[in-house]
Design a protein around this ligand. Structure first.
Ligand code: BTN
Length: 265
């Protein structure tokens, strides 16, 4: 076994969690770990993880593709959150903070978050997060949620020229590159305490931790909502994780993540 082989036991040896990451499965090649959890593993207990060496149809928000060649970390975490709908939207910010903390701790870098679900180093995206939840009929709480996290450790830009200008990778930095097992365990270790706080009804500190890492606060942005785009300044973040923006007429709006995205100017 070389240092970078991805095994559940290598992850488990580094976990400090009570519930997250102690059971799971690793696939060598699959379409999407989020899709596979939904199709095959959604009955598993909270904390089950599914990882893949590579994904052939990695999925991102708003129907986008997440390019997932071998070498990256592709991790889906299954939760059965006892959370009302309005609090569920904090799972993506929670995962973004956990990824930042893991990268800070393992690499000594200062990643930032592009609202709502991307982690950046400088002006390049190194991680994307896709959270999906399934509800039974009339249910107020989800049967399950899947938090899917993809981190670029290495990126061969010659194989993916379309990503050359926008995607980054941890290996681009002058650091000792963590293994995928180290990174997965550090993310889960950071995730669980925030998740426990959220379940206990306290999301305030989490939102503070998210806000302090946002890369758009007080900066000019373009809001993209369907076919409509307009320039604005990002002026704040609500306790629900929604972005507060002020347009050029001084009109303030609160943006929910659903259909809206922003571009940094
Ligand atoms: C985005 O960039 O909009 C989100 C990307 C999320 C990618 C991760 S990789 C593991 C999991 N499986 C997927 O198909 N997507 C998520």
């Amino acid at each position: 076994m070389n240092d970078n082989s991805l095994t559940l036991s290598a992850i488990a040896a580094l976990l400090h969690t009570q519930r997250l990451g102690h059971c799971g499965h690793i696939l060598s090649r699959t379409d999407s770990t989020n899709t596979q959890i939904k199709q095959r593993f959604c009955e598993q207990p909270e904390g089950f993880i599914l990882l893949a060496e590579e994904q052939t149809s990695g999925r991102g928000r708003q129907g986008r593709t997440f390019v997932s060649p071998a070498g990256g970390l592709y991790l889906s975490l299954l939760l059965h959150p006892d959370l009302p709908f309005e609090k569920l939207s904090l799972l993506t910010p929670l995962a973004a903070v956990a990824v930042c903390q893991a990268v800070e701790q393992l690499c000594g870098l200062c990643p930032q978050i592009k609202w709502v679900n991307d982690v950046f180093l400088g002006n390049r995206k190194v991680c994307g997060i896709l959270t999906e939840s399934a509800f039974g009929q009339f249910a107020e709480k989800p049967d399950y949620s899947v938090v899917g996290i993809g981190v670029n450790l290495n990126l061969d830009r010659t194989a993916h020229p379309e990503l050359a200008e926008i995607a980054g990778a941890l290996a681009d930095e002058n650091i000792l590159l963590p293994t995928r097992a180290q990174l997965a365990a550090a993310i889960l270790n950071a995730f669980e305490p925030w998740y426990d706080q959220l379940l206990a009804g306290n999301g305030h500190e989490l939102v503070q931790a998210y806000r302090s890492r946002l890369n758009c606060l007080h900066k000019p942005i373009t809001v993209v909502s369907g076919d409509v785009t307009y320039p604005a300044i990002c002026t704040g973040l609500t306790d629900e994780g929604n972005l507060i923006v002020t347009d050029e007429h001084g009109q303030q709006s609160v943006l929910c993540s659903g259909e809206i995205r922003i571009r940094l100017e």
